[in-house]
Ligand binder design. Structure first.
Ligand SMILES: [Zn+2]
Length: 127
């Protein structure tokens, strides 16, 4: 077995006692090695198949997450992967299958909450 345990035996039966040559014994040993490496290959192929299925699941999840788009809840602009905001029409034209989530663009955030969206607001600024 791939983990080193004995899987079985190669059994050769005959009606009479045999004195096998070293060549014959070496051939049987090579056959044993061949069977073991084949079993190891089968085991690795199954592990690889499992990993491939797992990777495909992750890839599907990534593609699903990529399909969720941050949209400003007020002006409906959409933020791209570089942080720039674009009119919704531009985005939907390029990504007709997209799903939308809601957030605020910097302009609407400042306008609606009266706080700079760049993180420069300090509690001392209030007043
Ligand atoms: Zn906005």
């Amino acid at each position: 077995m791939p983990d080193g345990q004995v899987f079985g035996t190669i059994c050769v039966l005959d009606r009479k006692a045999n004195a096998y040559s070293q060549t014959y014994e070496a051939l049987v040993a090579q056959f044993k090695d061949l069977v073991e490496s084949h079993l190891k290959l089968l085991h690795l192929n199954r592990a690889l198949e499992f990993k491939n299925q797992e990777m495909q699941t992750y890839l599907d999840e990534i593609n699903t997450l990529r399909g969720i788009v941050p949209m400003c809840a007020l002006c409906k602009k959409i933020r791209d992967d570089k942080g720039a905001w674009h009119p919704v029409e531009h985005y939907l034209y390029r990504h007709p299958q997209a799903d939308i989530s809601h957030t605020y663009c910097a302009e609407c955030f400042e306008k609606h909450f009266g706080i700079p969206a760049d993180g420069s607001y300090k509690a001392d600024d209030a007043g």
